[in-house]
Ligand binder design. Structure first.
Ligand SMILES: NC(=O)c1ccc[n+]([C@@H]2O[C@H](COP(=O)([O-])OP(=O)(O)OC[C@H]3O[C@@H](n4cnc5c(N)ncnc54)[C@H](OP(=O)(O)O)[C@@H]3O)[C@@H](O)[C@H]2O)c1
Length: 297
């Protein structure tokens, strides 16, 4: 019995994988992507938000190492000392922008910096984000607002601001999460904010394909070596273990390669890939009960 169910699930998995790859392949061929980048003449920059720690820092390192046609990397976060320390280790020109992206003033300052020079945004990585673990009444109204402002509103505002400076072959990477694939009790606002970002990113991709700008959503599982989990923890022990957490370096590497190929959504690991698959077929309620079991272990 289990053998038959396993075989059917395996076949469906392979079918979904091949169907997704085929549609993406046709899409990329139709728009002749990834094509040779058309250089518009301005300074080619990469903007990485959330660069002061964790995954954003890894993206900055990888971009400096691998993206040789980028003239300057703009590192964005609130902690200037961290950005400057990182900038000192990168083998390329950098600009550190200490901005609070939940603040309208922070967004406007980024816009002013963009408008000051003749630039081309070759790569935008919206990586700044945070979550808070805890049920209703534990996560404060301010934290709830902060999550939606940073994970949703700021990501959209920064993207909107950069698109006029982008053209053929340029890329946008929005860091979402595997939490985007289903509702997650005790992580409800965070999961909902990432679901928003994922849907927005997928729709934007289709809108920007005719301009030959590639948009990719990255949906990792827990990453253990960043500040995310310590920041997310509250007195509510809503999630007790973070089993099989991945590493920022690996997530960054896989997702940058995948975005280069032009995948719409990248799940950089086994668990998030399996989760993505099951979230397409299982009802949310069933997934929520599975999550309930996992988070109580
Ligand atoms: N770690 C995980 O388990 C995990 C899993 C899936 C997805 N993600 C996503 O991955 C992304 C990176 O997270 P991470 O794991 O690298 O966590 P992290 O180490 O805590 O990094 C978060 C970054 O966001 C910046 N940031 C926070 N609030 C900001 C604000 N108001 N304005 C500007 N920048 C702000 C932080 O810098 P400052 O504090 O200096 O401002 C920091 O650089 C996030 O979007 C997160 O949701 C993480």
């Amino acid at each position: 019995m289990f053998g038959i169910v396993g075989e059917i699930a395996g076949n469906v998995f392979i079918f979904v994988l091949l169907a997704g790859a085929a549609v993406t392949g046709i899409e990329l061929l139709w728009y002749r992507l990834p094509g040779k980048k058309k250089h518009t003449g301005g300074k080619r920059i990469a903007i990485i938000t959330g660069a002061s720690s964790g995954l954003g820092k890894e993206y900055a390192r990888l971009t400096a190492e691998k993206e040789k046609d980028i003239d300057e990397i703009w590192l964005v976060a609130r902690r200037l000392d961290r950005l400057q320390a990182l900038a000192g280790t990168l083998p390329c020109k950098t600009r550190c922008l200490s901005l609070d992206l939940t603040d309208q003033e922070g967004i406007e300052k980024l816009g002013e910096s963009l408008a000051q020079q003749d630039i081309n945004v070759s790569l935008l990585i919206n990586c700044a984000g945070f979550g808070k673990i805890g049920g209703q009444g534990v996560v404060t109204a301010e934290e709830q607002k902060g999550m939606t402002e940073l994970n949703c509103i700021a990501a959209v505002a920064v993207t909107d601001m950069c698109i006029p400076y982008m053209g053929k072959g340029d890329r946008i990477i929005n860091v979402c999460s595997t939490a985007a694939f289903q509702p997650l009790q005790k992580l409800s606002i965070y999961a909902a904010s990432k679901a928003f970002l994922l849907r927005y990113t997928r729709a934007l991709r289709t809108e920007l394909l005719p301009k030959k700008i590639m948009v990719t959503a990255v949906c990792p599982y827990w990453i253990g070596d960043t500040e995310f989990i310590p920041v997310a923890k509250t007195e509510d022990k809503g999630i007790r273990h973070f089993f099989f957490a991945s590493k920022a370096g690996r997530v960054g590497n896989i997702s940058l390669k995948g975005a280069m190929i032009g995948f719409p959504v990248i799940t950089p690991g086994v668990i998030c890939t399996i989760h993505r698959f099951f979230s397409k077929f299982f009802p949310d309620t069933a997934l929520q009960y599975i999550w309930e079991g996992i988070r109580r272990i």
